[in-house]
Ligand binder design. Structure first.
Ligand SMILES: [Zn+2]
Length: 113
């Protein structure tokens, strides 16, 4: 198992991650697990493929992630999405190509479903 928490990157009290993204092979610390926190990058991708923060506001209400020094909820995650999505999309564009980047941005993933 990875030796750092997938949410906060701490090294203590790790156990197997068993959260919202069941395919994710990762470790999570006891504190993040108790908070119900999920990895920020995956939450942002989840928002993106569902058409952005407005389109998934209802489903997004329950998200919690870690932004030092606090655990934060949907309001903070929504703002982080607005700040971070362009960088994420440019990474996806360089790794997967323009078509997939456009598909994710539009919320209509083609072969990335
Ligand atoms: Zn943690």
């Amino acid at each position: 198992m990875p030796k750092k928490c997938v949410v906060c990157f701490s090294r203590g009290n790790l156990r197997r991650y068993a959260g919202h993204f069941p395919w994710l092979k990762a470790s999570i610390c006891r504190t993040c697990e108790a908070e119900g926190a999920e990895p920020l990058g995956l939450i942002l991708l989840w928002i993106s493929v569902r058409g952005g923060p407005e389109a998934c506001a209802d489903a997004g209400e329950g998200w919690v992630t870690y932004r030092p020094p606090n655990y934060v909820g949907w309001d903070a995650i929504r703002l982080l999405y607005i700040q971070e999505i362009d960088g994420m999309l440019s990474l996806i564009k360089s790794e997967l190509g323009q078509e997939d980047a456009n598909a994710i941005k539009s919320g209509l993933p083609s072969r990335l479903q």
